[in-house]
Ligand binder design. Structure first.
Ligand code: MRU
Length: 347
């Protein structure tokens, strides 16, 4: 996973969606293949593919996969099944708006009067361009955001907003990659990110691969490190950004933003403009995915808590715009007041 030769974490090949299976990392690097929409939905809900931009691409590839599955049907059946599958894919996870965005970008091409072959061709081309654009966007986010990074910064990041969460390169980690490649001396503190440990399993793995100096901490250590003056910036990704700049991201991001605000540490969000949902005015309108409590009780089959304990497992939280210093996109950087500055990114 080198910045020079980008390895795609999700791609379409031989009429199938292929992806690095993120549930197997860091111990095994396995390519998972989905030949049906059902298996793709399973891959999305079980987080084999995860991270907002990667979910957008998975959504676009999913509609293509559906078209391939139904191509022998008559036109009426074909378009009916395509619409049903598109809805099911878009609803597989509720918080990252990119998933719906990727599906809708494909649905816009559906014309019931068009021959199936033509639709197939359009869906294939569009999915490819969405995937290619994701890489391009991430490199631009990296370039734009690196301007905010100073020599000798220690940066805290949460969850995984890296190459694995996108087609490649990453958003928050894109900025880190770019700044490091520019020759800036930086150190990254990686939050473990309970309960599914995207930080320790995925971000730590990516940074080690690139030889970017990093240190793993558990989530409850962040405040102490800030108090000790060990953190100069926090950089995270986003699953959905409301029009006022409130940000939905991995659970724990809100707590970090409060800590950063208290310690006067810049809190930077990195995301493509496809993550901004202008139809959501406020963070409160963003649906928050609630996942199975067994993700807290068990870790890879090992029991961590009494089996019958009550659990609450929201996968995301909302960071209020007020706690955020900058939102870095491929089109530029927005700063306060986001309600005004985000408007420049409206499609
Ligand atoms: O549940 P996940 O692992 O899909 O959550 C991912 C995150 O919260 C990421 O920070 C976000 O999608 C941005 S990825 C560039």
């Amino acid at each position: 996973m080198n910045t020079g030769k980008i390895v795609r974490t999700i791609y379409f090949e031989d009429d199938a969606v292929k992806m690095i299976d993120q549930t197997k990392l860091p111990s095994k690097l396995v390519i998972h293949t989905c030949v049906t929409v059902k298996s793709l939905i399973e891959a999305i809900t079980s987080l084999r593919v995860r991270g907002a931009p990667a979910l957008g691409v998975a959504g676009a590839y999913g509609v293509l996969l559906s078209a391939i599955q139904h191509k022998e049907e008559n036109c009426e059946q074909f378009y009916m099944h395509l619409r049903e599958d598109a809805k099911a894919i878009a609803e597989a996870r509720p918080t990252a708006v990119n998933l719906q965005w990727g599906v809708v970008a494909q649905e816009k091409l559906l014309d019931i009067s068009a021959p199936i072959e033509k639709t197939l061709h359009l869906l294939k081309e569009n999915a490819k361009s969405i995937a290619d654009k994701d890489l391009e966007n991430n490199e631009m986010i990296g370039k734009n955001g690196a301007a905010l990074i100073e020599q000798n910064d220690s940066i805290l990041t949460h969850c995984n907003a890296g190459a694995l969460a996108c087609v490649g390169y990453g958003t928050a980690l894109g900025i880190i990659r770019f700044a490091y490649a520019e020759g800036k001396k930086i150190h990254i503190y990686v939050d473990e990110t309970r309960p599914l440990c995207q930080g320790s399993r995925l971000t730590a793995w990516e940074l080690l691969h690139e030889n970017i100096p990093s240190t793993l901490i558990t989530d409850n250590m962040a405040g102490f490190l800030m108090k000790q003056g060990k953190i100069q910036k926090v950089i995270v990704g986003a699953d959905r950004i409301a029009a006022n700049g409130d940000v939905a991201n991995k659970i724990g991001t809100y707590s970090l933003s409060v800590l950063a605000y208290h310690h006067n540490i810049p809190f930077i969000v990195a995301a493509p403009t496809s993550t901004i949902d202008f139809s959501c005015n406020l963070g409160e309108e963003i649906p928050i995915e609630e996942r199975d409590g067994n993700e807290i009780i068990y870790w890879h089959g090992i029991q961590n808590a009494p089996e019958s304990v009550h659990t609450y497992n929201p996968a995301f939280d909302i960071t209020p715009a007020n706690n955020i210093s900058a939102i870095v996109t491929e089109k530029g950087i927005a700063t306060q007041p986001f309600i005004e500055t985000l408007k420049q990114f409206k499609p």
